[in-house]
Design a protein around this ligand. Structure first.
Ligand code: ZN
Ligand code: MN
Length: 460
């Protein structure tokens, strides 16, 4: 019997605004969020005729840094190209981007289940102006704010290797964390500094007698004859929803014997669905050609090693998590939580260093930071180490041990117990003292009292 098997094929394009101080091709500030419109611009980023672009070296460095962190090769010869199209947010009629010689290509990264995701390219371009659709004196109009125009924009393009919305979600969170570790952008979704465009299609297989997953995948590796791109999504949650929605929509079309249309769609967050925007343009529609105002770039192996060696890139999140598990014997769960923010991971290690002479284990420090969430901006690591040391006994005595001591004290002191039960609760202080005597003077008295009361009430 033949059966249809539908396999989602998902790729990603991700735009990230770099956190350089100045814009990509001029000296204007990149700090455009919530600023008075059109106050951070100059002839270059306004796209005035005759203005000449000067590339931002740091933006180039940072793009290569991310490329290397994603396992890419650095292109020995790279250049900028003009991507021509008309839109009101692009005053010069073209975007300076990169076409056939991106800064970085052919990378790869791994998901937790070992699945490999190919990185097709990492390139650099400029952000566009921002349109504001509004109404003035009852008349609909669109306003343009050029503050964002020319902000360095890094673009990561993956291979269509994802098979589910969850895989995409995991990858995006990982990418955001890497970007933050490298310190090249806050990659803040709310501020629009990280924008996501999934492309989704469904591969249809007609197969008989599937025995296992591997057999299924062997059957057809060809890409579907169409793809649907969902534009400019600004939240991880919406990307997930948009992909799930598209998988369902396209599968239904295929089941009816139709082929979904190749097009660009948008995510409508009010209706929880994607909506058609326009049919997808092909690369040749953009009439790419080399940017004549910027000379091509060349990189050699030595230079790459010197400028973007391991010491420049530093320890990446995955490496840090692995090291925390190996070096400090932390659980994977704790290591992952601590490494979610580089500053938190650093705080943990500094506290640990100060805690070592006080005989406090990495686990104790990790648990304290994770469970008690100390204000890391106010409490210095050395002080936290002291706090943990001072309260150490609370942690050392576990519930079973404390319960044992409490029961012993109760059976050793029948007189005090009957006094307590007849209402002389003041005797509790005496019993606490007995427990303290059998354990440690710095034990948490409140904890002892609670345990005593619990056992005494249970025995009544
Ligand atoms: Zn400018
Ligand atoms: Mn782009």
């Amino acid at each position: 019997m033949k059966k249809n098997y539908y396999q989602p094929v998902v790729g990603l394009e991700i735009h990230i605004e770099l956190g350089t101080l100045s814009k990509m091709f001029c000296g204007c500030s990149t700090d455009h969020f919530n600023k008075e419109p059109n106050t951070i611009c100059c002839p270059v980023c306004l796209g005035l005729p005759g203005a000449l672009p000067v590339p931002n070296e740091k933006a180039i460095n940072w793009t290569i840094m991310l490329g290397l962190a994603l396992g890419c090769q650095v292109n020995k010869e790279s250049k900028f190209d003009r991507k021509n199209y008309f839109y009101p947010d692009l005053a010069k009629g073209y975007q300076i981007s990169q076409y056939d010689q991106p800064l970085c290509l052919q990378g790869q990264t791994c998901l937790k289940n070992g699945k490999k995701i190919g990185i097709r390219r990492v390139h650099l371009e400029e952000d566009t102006a921002k349109l504001l659709h509004t109404e003035i004196n009852g008349e609909k109009c669109t306003l343009i704010d050029f503050n964002r125009s020319g902000v360095p924009l890094l673009e990561v393009v993956t291979e269509p290797d994802f098979e589910s919305a969850d895989q995409v979600d995991e990858f995006l969170k990982k990418l955001q964390l890497i970007v933050r570790y490298l310190g090249i952008s806050q990659a803040d979704m709310e501020k629009g500094s990280m924008r996501l465009e999934p492309n989704i299609s469904i591969r249809k297989n007609q197969i008989s007698n599937i025995k296992n997953q591997n057999e299924k995948l062997k059957i057809n590796k060809e890409l579907p004859p169409y793809k649907v791109e969902v534009k400019n999504i600004n939240s991880f949650r919406f990307v997930k929803k948009a992909i799930e929605y598209e998988i369902k929509r396209q599968t239904e079309l295929l089941e009816k014997g139709e082929t979904p249309v190749q097009e660009t769609r948008g995510w409508n967050e009010n209706k929880d669905m994607t909506v058609s925007q326009r049919s997808k343009e092909e690369a040749h529609d953009y009439r790419y050609f080399p940017e004549p105002d910027i000379p091509p770039m060349e990189f050699d192996e030595n230079q790459i090693l010197k400028r973007w060696g391991k010491s420049q890139i530093g320890e990446l999140p995955d490496e840090k998590i692995k090291r925390f598990i190996a070096e400090y014997k932390l659980s994977e769960y704790n290591a992952e939580i601590l490494c979610q923010e580089k500053s938190l991971a650093d705080y943990f290690e500094q506290t640990l260093k100060a805690a070592k002479p006080k005989n406090i284990s990495p686990d104790q420090v990790a648990n304290w930071i994770i469970n008690k969430k100390p204000d890391t901006t106010k409490i210095k690591p050395e002080d936290l180490a002291k706090i943990i040391a001072d309260s150490k006994t609370i942690f050392i005595i576990d519930d079973t041990e404390l319960g044992k001591v409490v029961r012993q004290v109760i059976s050793d002191n029948p007189k005090a117990i009957s006094d307590y039960k007849s209402g002389k609760t003041a005797v509790l202080g005496f019993l606490i003292g007995k427990v303290v005597g059998l354990t440690n003077p710095s034990i948490d008295k409140k904890l002892v009292q609670n345990e005593l009361i619990r056992v005494l009430t249970k025995n009544t």
